[in-house]
Design a protein. Structure first.
Length: 377
Protein backbone atom coordinates (compact mmCIF):
# COMPACT_ATOMS: atom_id res chain seq x y z
CA UNK A 1 0.00 0.00 0.00
CA UNK A 2 1.73 3.14 -1.24
CA UNK A 3 -0.53 5.84 0.22
CA UNK A 4 2.15 7.50 2.39
CA UNK A 5 4.68 7.69 -0.45
CA UNK A 6 2.02 9.03 -2.82
CA UNK A 7 1.00 11.70 -0.31
CA UNK A 8 4.60 12.79 0.26
CA UNK A 9 5.21 13.03 -3.51
CA UNK A 10 1.98 15.01 -3.94
CA UNK A 11 3.16 17.48 -1.31
CA UNK A 12 6.54 17.88 -3.05
CA UNK A 13 4.82 18.78 -6.35
CA UNK A 14 1.78 20.54 -4.97
CA UNK A 15 0.09 23.26 -7.04
CA UNK A 16 0.12 26.85 -5.81
CA UNK A 17 -3.64 26.84 -5.28
CA UNK A 18 -3.61 23.62 -3.23
CA UNK A 19 -0.66 24.79 -1.17
CA UNK A 20 -2.28 28.12 -0.29
CA UNK A 21 -5.46 26.31 0.76
CA UNK A 22 -3.43 23.94 2.93
CA UNK A 23 -1.38 26.72 4.55
CA UNK A 24 -4.51 28.77 5.23
CA UNK A 25 -5.73 25.99 7.54
CA UNK A 26 -2.45 25.82 9.51
CA UNK A 27 -2.16 27.41 12.92
CA UNK A 28 0.68 29.90 13.60
CA UNK A 29 2.48 27.25 15.69
CA UNK A 30 2.28 24.75 12.81
CA UNK A 31 3.71 27.32 10.39
CA UNK A 32 6.63 28.01 12.72
CA UNK A 33 7.35 24.30 13.18
CA UNK A 34 7.59 23.74 9.40
CA UNK A 35 10.28 26.43 9.19
CA UNK A 36 12.17 25.48 12.36
CA UNK A 37 14.94 23.32 10.88
CA UNK A 38 18.62 24.23 11.12
CA UNK A 39 21.74 23.13 9.27
CA UNK A 40 23.06 21.79 12.56
CA UNK A 41 20.01 19.52 12.91
CA UNK A 42 20.75 17.93 9.54
CA UNK A 43 24.43 17.41 10.39
CA UNK A 44 23.39 15.49 13.50
CA UNK A 45 21.00 13.28 11.52
CA UNK A 46 23.50 12.39 8.79
CA UNK A 47 26.49 10.55 10.22
CA UNK A 48 27.88 7.07 9.77
CA UNK A 49 29.22 6.29 13.22
CA UNK A 50 28.28 3.19 15.15
CA UNK A 51 24.87 3.41 16.85
CA UNK A 52 24.42 -0.21 17.96
CA UNK A 53 26.49 -3.23 18.94
CA UNK A 54 23.90 -5.67 17.58
CA UNK A 55 23.49 -5.22 13.81
CA UNK A 56 20.33 -7.05 12.82
CA UNK A 57 17.59 -6.73 10.22
CA UNK A 58 14.06 -8.01 10.62
CA UNK A 59 13.49 -7.91 6.86
CA UNK A 60 11.98 -8.59 4.50
CA UNK A 61 15.34 -8.88 2.71
CA UNK A 62 15.12 -10.02 -0.91
CA UNK A 63 18.81 -10.07 -1.91
CA UNK A 64 22.09 -10.11 -0.01
CA UNK A 65 25.47 -10.57 -1.68
CA UNK A 66 28.88 -8.97 -2.16
CA UNK A 67 27.42 -6.30 -4.44
CA UNK A 68 24.07 -5.19 -3.08
CA UNK A 69 21.50 -5.51 -0.30
CA UNK A 70 17.85 -5.26 -1.31
CA UNK A 71 14.96 -4.73 1.11
CA UNK A 72 11.26 -3.95 1.11
CA UNK A 73 10.04 -0.38 1.52
CA UNK A 74 6.59 0.95 2.22
CA UNK A 75 4.99 2.87 5.04
CA UNK A 76 1.71 1.01 5.60
CA UNK A 77 2.19 -2.60 4.52
CA UNK A 78 0.19 -3.87 7.51
CA UNK A 79 -2.92 -2.07 6.19
CA UNK A 80 -2.63 -3.50 2.71
CA UNK A 81 -5.80 -5.29 1.67
CA UNK A 82 -8.34 -2.69 2.81
CA UNK A 83 -8.43 -0.90 -0.55
CA UNK A 84 -8.52 -4.25 -2.37
CA UNK A 85 -11.44 -5.37 -0.19
CA UNK A 86 -13.41 -2.19 -0.95
CA UNK A 87 -12.57 -2.32 -4.67
CA UNK A 88 -13.61 -5.97 -5.04
CA UNK A 89 -16.87 -5.10 -3.33
CA UNK A 90 -17.72 -1.88 -5.18
CA UNK A 91 -16.52 -2.48 -8.75
CA UNK A 92 -18.43 -5.77 -9.36
CA UNK A 93 -21.54 -4.06 -7.98
CA UNK A 94 -21.19 -1.24 -10.52
CA UNK A 95 -20.72 -3.68 -13.39
CA UNK A 96 -23.67 -5.79 -12.20
CA UNK A 97 -25.94 -2.72 -12.12
CA UNK A 98 -24.92 -1.68 -15.64
CA UNK A 99 -25.45 -5.21 -16.99
CA UNK A 100 -28.94 -5.40 -15.44
CA UNK A 101 -29.93 -1.97 -16.81
CA UNK A 102 -28.60 -2.66 -20.32
CA UNK A 103 -30.16 -6.15 -20.30
CA UNK A 104 -33.58 -4.75 -19.38
CA UNK A 105 -33.40 -2.16 -22.14
CA UNK A 106 -32.33 -4.82 -24.66
CA UNK A 107 -35.25 -7.07 -23.72
CA UNK A 108 -37.70 -4.18 -24.10
CA UNK A 109 -36.36 -3.50 -27.61
CA UNK A 110 -36.07 -7.07 -28.89
CA UNK A 111 -39.16 -8.47 -27.18
CA UNK A 112 -41.74 -5.69 -27.01
CA UNK A 113 -44.61 -6.21 -24.67
CA UNK A 114 -46.63 -4.36 -22.07
CA UNK A 115 -44.48 -1.58 -20.61
CA UNK A 116 -44.54 -1.03 -16.87
CA UNK A 117 -43.96 2.56 -15.77
CA UNK A 118 -42.38 1.35 -12.54
CA UNK A 119 -40.09 -1.05 -14.42
CA UNK A 120 -38.94 1.66 -16.84
CA UNK A 121 -38.32 4.07 -13.96
CA UNK A 122 -36.26 1.53 -12.02
CA UNK A 123 -34.23 0.66 -15.13
CA UNK A 124 -33.46 4.33 -15.82
CA UNK A 125 -32.52 5.01 -12.19
CA UNK A 126 -30.34 1.90 -12.01
CA UNK A 127 -28.61 2.81 -15.27
CA UNK A 128 -28.00 6.41 -14.21
CA UNK A 129 -26.69 5.45 -10.77
CA UNK A 130 -24.44 2.69 -12.13
CA UNK A 131 -23.17 4.92 -14.94
CA UNK A 132 -22.41 7.77 -12.54
CA UNK A 133 -20.66 5.37 -10.16
CA UNK A 134 -18.56 3.99 -13.03
CA UNK A 135 -17.64 7.52 -14.15
CA UNK A 136 -16.52 8.63 -10.70
CA UNK A 137 -14.67 5.39 -10.09
CA UNK A 138 -12.82 5.59 -13.41
CA UNK A 139 -11.90 9.23 -12.73
CA UNK A 140 -11.01 9.05 -9.04
CA UNK A 141 -11.38 5.56 -7.61
CA UNK A 142 -9.04 3.69 -9.94
CA UNK A 143 -6.15 5.89 -8.76
CA UNK A 144 -6.79 4.77 -5.20
CA UNK A 145 -7.21 1.11 -6.20
CA UNK A 146 -3.79 1.19 -7.89
CA UNK A 147 -2.13 1.88 -4.55
CA UNK A 148 -2.29 -1.89 -4.03
CA UNK A 149 -3.65 -3.44 -7.26
CA UNK A 150 -2.29 -3.62 -10.83
CA UNK A 151 1.00 -2.01 -9.80
CA UNK A 152 4.41 -3.00 -8.41
CA UNK A 153 4.09 -5.72 -5.78
CA UNK A 154 6.45 -3.92 -3.38
CA UNK A 155 8.48 -0.76 -3.05
CA UNK A 156 12.16 -1.69 -3.03
CA UNK A 157 15.39 -0.15 -1.80
CA UNK A 158 18.77 -1.38 -3.02
CA UNK A 159 22.07 -0.57 -1.29
CA UNK A 160 24.93 -1.09 -3.75
CA UNK A 161 28.14 -1.47 -1.75
CA UNK A 162 30.51 -1.33 -4.73
CA UNK A 163 29.10 1.85 -6.28
CA UNK A 164 28.23 3.34 -2.84
CA UNK A 165 24.75 4.23 -4.02
CA UNK A 166 21.17 3.79 -2.83
CA UNK A 167 18.34 3.12 -5.30
CA UNK A 168 14.60 3.46 -4.64
CA UNK A 169 12.11 1.56 -6.81
CA UNK A 170 8.64 3.16 -6.77
CA UNK A 171 5.80 3.66 -9.27
CA UNK A 172 5.88 6.98 -11.13
CA UNK A 173 2.91 8.29 -9.15
CA UNK A 174 5.04 7.91 -5.99
CA UNK A 175 8.14 9.60 -7.38
CA UNK A 176 9.56 6.91 -9.65
CA UNK A 177 12.99 5.26 -9.55
CA UNK A 178 15.74 7.43 -8.06
CA UNK A 179 19.44 7.05 -7.22
CA UNK A 180 21.37 8.77 -4.42
CA UNK A 181 24.96 8.62 -3.16
CA UNK A 182 25.19 6.61 0.05
CA UNK A 183 26.87 9.45 1.93
CA UNK A 184 23.81 11.68 1.49
CA UNK A 185 21.59 9.25 3.44
CA UNK A 186 20.19 10.29 6.81
CA UNK A 187 18.47 8.10 9.39
CA UNK A 188 15.69 8.89 11.85
CA UNK A 189 16.73 6.46 14.61
CA UNK A 190 20.22 7.46 15.73
CA UNK A 191 19.60 8.40 19.34
CA UNK A 192 18.27 6.35 22.29
CA UNK A 193 16.28 9.31 23.63
CA UNK A 194 13.93 8.92 20.66
CA UNK A 195 13.02 5.32 21.54
CA UNK A 196 9.65 6.21 23.01
CA UNK A 197 8.69 7.83 19.68
CA UNK A 198 9.72 4.79 17.62
CA UNK A 199 7.27 2.14 18.84
CA UNK A 200 5.17 1.01 15.89
CA UNK A 201 7.35 2.97 13.46
CA UNK A 202 9.62 1.83 10.63
CA UNK A 203 13.23 2.73 9.99
CA UNK A 204 13.09 6.02 8.10
CA UNK A 205 15.77 7.18 5.68
CA UNK A 206 15.86 10.73 4.31
CA UNK A 207 17.72 12.55 1.56
CA UNK A 208 17.73 16.30 2.09
CA UNK A 209 17.96 18.73 -0.88
CA UNK A 210 21.07 20.34 0.61
CA UNK A 211 22.89 17.02 0.09
CA UNK A 212 21.29 15.71 -3.12
CA UNK A 213 20.96 18.95 -5.11
CA UNK A 214 17.29 18.23 -5.77
CA UNK A 215 14.64 20.84 -4.86
CA UNK A 216 12.64 18.37 -2.75
CA UNK A 217 13.05 15.95 0.14
CA UNK A 218 13.06 12.20 -0.46
CA UNK A 219 12.05 9.60 2.11
CA UNK A 220 11.93 5.82 2.45
CA UNK A 221 10.34 3.72 5.23
CA UNK A 222 12.08 0.34 5.46
CA UNK A 223 11.03 -3.12 6.53
CA UNK A 224 8.69 -3.99 9.36
CA UNK A 225 7.28 -1.93 12.19
CA UNK A 226 9.58 -1.77 15.20
CA UNK A 227 8.70 -2.53 18.80
CA UNK A 228 11.19 0.05 20.02
CA UNK A 229 13.96 2.37 18.88
CA UNK A 230 16.64 -0.19 19.70
CA UNK A 231 15.31 -2.53 16.98
CA UNK A 232 15.39 0.24 14.43
CA UNK A 233 18.92 1.27 15.41
CA UNK A 234 20.00 -2.37 15.04
CA UNK A 235 18.58 -2.34 11.53
CA UNK A 236 20.30 0.92 10.63
CA UNK A 237 23.56 -0.43 12.03
CA UNK A 238 23.15 -3.54 9.88
CA UNK A 239 22.83 -1.39 6.75
CA UNK A 240 25.64 0.95 7.81
CA UNK A 241 28.11 -1.88 8.43
CA UNK A 242 27.18 -3.60 5.19
CA UNK A 243 27.85 -0.43 3.19
CA UNK A 244 30.90 0.70 5.16
CA UNK A 245 32.61 -2.62 5.90
CA UNK A 246 31.02 -5.29 3.71
CA UNK A 247 28.77 -8.36 4.08
CA UNK A 248 31.28 -10.14 6.32
CA UNK A 249 30.66 -7.51 9.04
CA UNK A 250 26.99 -8.45 9.56
CA UNK A 251 25.10 -11.71 10.17
CA UNK A 252 23.65 -13.20 7.02
CA UNK A 253 19.91 -12.40 6.96
CA UNK A 254 17.14 -14.79 6.09
CA UNK A 255 15.96 -14.08 2.54
CA UNK A 256 12.30 -13.60 1.66
CA UNK A 257 10.59 -14.39 -1.61
CA UNK A 258 9.16 -11.75 -3.93
CA UNK A 259 6.43 -14.16 -4.97
CA UNK A 260 2.90 -13.44 -3.60
CA UNK A 261 3.24 -15.49 -0.43
CA UNK A 262 0.17 -15.89 1.85
CA UNK A 263 2.53 -16.01 4.84
CA UNK A 264 3.67 -12.46 4.12
CA UNK A 265 0.07 -11.34 3.69
CA UNK A 266 -1.16 -12.64 7.05
CA UNK A 267 1.98 -11.93 9.11
CA UNK A 268 2.05 -8.25 8.01
CA UNK A 269 -1.01 -7.53 10.17
CA UNK A 270 0.93 -8.38 13.34
CA UNK A 271 4.09 -6.35 12.68
CA UNK A 272 5.21 -4.54 15.80
CA UNK A 273 2.62 -6.23 18.04
CA UNK A 274 4.74 -9.04 19.49
CA UNK A 275 6.09 -7.28 22.57
CA UNK A 276 2.84 -5.38 23.13
CA UNK A 277 0.77 -8.57 22.88
CA UNK A 278 3.02 -10.43 25.35
CA UNK A 279 2.70 -7.68 27.94
CA UNK A 280 -1.01 -7.02 27.41
CA UNK A 281 -3.77 -8.14 29.77
CA UNK A 282 -5.72 -11.36 29.32
CA UNK A 283 -8.80 -9.25 28.47
CA UNK A 284 -7.02 -7.71 25.48
CA UNK A 285 -5.81 -11.13 24.32
CA UNK A 286 -9.36 -12.44 24.55
CA UNK A 287 -10.61 -9.49 22.47
CA UNK A 288 -7.97 -10.23 19.83
CA UNK A 289 -9.20 -13.82 19.61
CA UNK A 290 -12.79 -12.64 19.19
CA UNK A 291 -11.95 -10.50 16.13
CA UNK A 292 -9.88 -13.15 14.34
CA UNK A 293 -12.37 -13.31 11.40
CA UNK A 294 -11.46 -9.70 10.57
CA UNK A 295 -7.76 -10.63 10.43
CA UNK A 296 -8.60 -13.53 8.11
CA UNK A 297 -10.62 -11.32 5.77
CA UNK A 298 -8.00 -8.55 5.60
CA UNK A 299 -5.16 -11.06 5.26
CA UNK A 300 -6.95 -12.74 2.35
CA UNK A 301 -7.51 -9.36 0.67
CA UNK A 302 -3.81 -8.57 1.23
CA UNK A 303 -2.84 -11.79 -0.53
CA UNK A 304 -5.24 -11.06 -3.40
CA UNK A 305 -3.62 -7.64 -3.82
CA UNK A 306 -0.20 -9.30 -4.08
CA UNK A 307 -1.57 -11.72 -6.70
CA UNK A 308 -2.93 -8.80 -8.73
CA UNK A 309 0.45 -7.02 -8.80
CA UNK A 310 3.69 -7.74 -10.63
CA UNK A 311 7.25 -8.08 -9.45
CA UNK A 312 9.15 -4.79 -9.78
CA UNK A 313 12.07 -4.80 -12.19
CA UNK A 314 15.09 -2.50 -12.02
CA UNK A 315 16.45 -0.71 -15.09
CA UNK A 316 19.35 -2.47 -16.75
CA UNK A 317 21.93 0.11 -15.62
CA UNK A 318 21.00 -0.52 -11.96
CA UNK A 319 20.89 -4.31 -12.37
CA UNK A 320 24.42 -4.28 -13.79
CA UNK A 321 25.83 -1.64 -11.43
CA UNK A 322 28.98 -2.91 -9.70
CA UNK A 323 29.79 -5.54 -12.32
CA UNK A 324 33.22 -5.32 -14.01
CA UNK A 325 33.23 -2.94 -16.96
CA UNK A 326 29.65 -1.73 -16.38
CA UNK A 327 28.80 1.97 -15.91
CA UNK A 328 27.91 3.47 -12.56
CA UNK A 329 24.33 4.83 -12.52
CA UNK A 330 24.10 8.61 -12.47
CA UNK A 331 22.55 10.14 -9.33
CA UNK A 332 19.08 11.54 -9.90
CA UNK A 333 18.96 15.23 -10.86
CA UNK A 334 16.15 17.69 -11.52
CA UNK A 335 16.58 17.28 -15.29
CA UNK A 336 15.49 13.63 -15.00
CA UNK A 337 11.89 14.77 -14.40
CA UNK A 338 9.46 16.10 -17.06
CA UNK A 339 9.36 19.92 -17.43
CA UNK A 340 5.96 20.30 -15.73
CA UNK A 341 7.16 18.25 -12.73
CA UNK A 342 10.37 20.31 -12.53
CA UNK A 343 8.30 23.47 -12.35
CA UNK A 344 6.13 22.11 -9.54
CA UNK A 345 9.14 20.83 -7.55
CA UNK A 346 10.92 24.20 -7.82
CA UNK A 347 7.76 26.02 -6.73
CA UNK A 348 7.77 24.02 -3.47
CA UNK A 349 11.53 24.08 -2.87
CA UNK A 350 11.21 26.60 -0.02
CA UNK A 351 9.54 23.92 2.12
CA UNK A 352 12.94 22.31 2.74
CA UNK A 353 15.12 25.37 3.29
CA UNK A 354 17.40 25.25 6.34
CA UNK A 355 18.16 28.04 8.77
CA UNK A 356 21.89 28.70 8.96
CA UNK A 357 23.97 27.54 11.92
CA UNK A 358 22.92 25.49 14.90
CA UNK A 359 19.69 25.53 16.81
CA UNK A 360 19.90 28.04 19.67
CA UNK A 361 19.70 26.56 23.11
CA UNK A 362 16.47 27.10 24.93
CA UNK A 363 16.71 29.53 27.81
CA UNK A 364 15.56 28.04 31.10
CA UNK A 365 12.30 29.45 32.28
CA UNK A 366 12.39 31.57 35.38
CA UNK A 367 10.43 30.08 38.24
CA UNK A 368 7.22 31.88 38.90
CA UNK A 369 7.04 33.82 42.12
CA UNK A 370 3.97 32.85 44.13
CA UNK A 371 1.32 35.49 44.26
CA UNK A 372 0.58 37.07 47.57
CA UNK A 373 -2.80 36.02 48.94
CA UNK A 374 -5.50 38.61 48.63
CA UNK A 375 -6.31 40.29 51.87
CA UNK A 376 -9.93 40.07 52.84
CA UNK A 377 -11.41 43.34 53.92
Amino acid sequence: MFLIEWGFWQMARESEKARKAYEAEMTPAERRSTQDYYEGDLEEEIHFQQVSENPHTRGPVFSFNETFLEMRCGGSEEKRGLITLITLGVFPGIIFGIVIAVGSIWLDITKPGPISFLGVTLTIVLGLVSGAALYFYSKYGIKISRFEMLTSRHLLIRFNRLTQQVHLHRPKYCGGIVTFPWKTTGSTVLYPEDDSLSVGMRLGLIWHPSRTGLPHMEMALLGKQGQGGSELRDEWEFIRRYMEEGPHAVPRPRLSTQLPSPIQAFSAQFEGLGRFFRKSSWLFKLAMLMVWPAFVIIGTAHWVSLLLCWRPRWPKVIREAGLPGKPVPSPTTLSDYPPEIQERLLANADRWQLKPGKRPEKKPRKPRTPRAPKSST
